[in-house]
Structure formats: structure tokens, C-alpha cells
Unconditional design. Structure first.
Length: 152
């Protein structure tokens, strides 16, 4: 990812057709037993919250927290600024052209009793028990992320 950014000065912006850094959040409830997932309209699967960096974001951590707040409707989230994981995957996103996301993922905790509200960016939004994820979820990836989060 560092080599990518060195050769792509605008690598954090979605307009960079070669690919771009994205910021994601693994949102766990206060107990750590439930994960908030969005049914992504383009991907068609249950995935973690997140999205593209914007000019107003001071850092990728800020972008991940902004995206988590926008997509969950929960404003008093707490983000761990230490990188949880990184993943690169091909995608056709809002550019309408095949590209790739260089996804940086962070751990976010919701307060006790937090109620999620679906945004227009999602087909559905739900809390799922970490040990009973939906069939269309990236279950292996999410389970791995939850395992990493448990070690913190």
C-alpha cells in the first residue's frame, strides 16, 4: 500500500482510477458479541461499514469514523486508531469502472444500547451475533477481524 501511494499521489481519492485507499470499520457493540453489518447495494453481501476518503478527512482514521457514523446513524462511536487489518480487492465502485480498493480496517465500539439507523447507502443494516453471521456475509473475513479485535 505504501508503494501504491508513492506512485499514486491521489491514491486516497476515489477519482484515482488505478485504485484507492478506502476506510472501513468493524463496529462491535459494547459486549463485543455483536457486529454491525450493512447489506451493500453494489456488492450484494453483508459487509463491514466503510467507504471512500473525502477531502475533508484529516486521516484515514477520520474517514473510517465518519463513514461508520454516517452509515450506522450512531454518533458516539469510539474508534481504535491502530490498524486492525488491510485488504486489497477488485471492485467496480462509483466510478463505474473496474478498479481496486486498498481497504484499511479499524475497530470501532458502539456504546451500550446503541441503536443503528440505516442510511441511504445501505439496502439493510443489522446487528449480527459474531458466531451467527448471515450466509451472504464475508464470514471468514469478519470472523478473522473479530478475532483480531478480541486480542485488543
Amino acid at each position: 500500500m505504501l508503494a501504491f501511494l508513492a506512485s499514486n499521489p491521489n491514491g486516497c481519492m476515489r477519482a484515482n482510477e488505478a485504485g484507492h485507499i478506502t476506510a472501513s470499520s468493524l463496529v462491535l457493540d459494547a459486549s463485543g458479541k455483536n457486529v454491525l453489518l450493512t447489506l451493500h447495494p453494489r456488492v450484494g453481501r453483508w459487509i463491514q461499514l466503510g467507504g471512500h476518503c473525502e477531502e475533508s478527512d484529516r486521516s484515514v482514521v477520520d474517514a473510517a469514523l465518519r463513514e461508520a457514523r454516517e452509515e450506522s446513524g450512531i454518533h458516539d462511536l469510539d474508534i481504535d486508531a491502530h490498524l486492525l487489518s488491510a485488504h486489497t480487492h477488485p471492485i467496480t465502485c462509483s466510478l463505474g469502472k473496474p478498479t481496486r480498493h486498498l481497504d484499511l480496517r479499524f475497530l470501532v465500539r458502539a456504546p451500550e444500547g446503541a441503536r443503528a439507523v440505516r442510511s441511504e447507502e445501505s439496502t439493510d443494516l443489522r446487528w449480527w451475533p459474531v458466531d451467527a453471521l448471515p450466509e451472504s456475509a464475508e464470514a471468514d473475513t469478519i470472523a478473522h477481524l473479530v478475532g483480531l479485535a478480541e486480542k485488543r
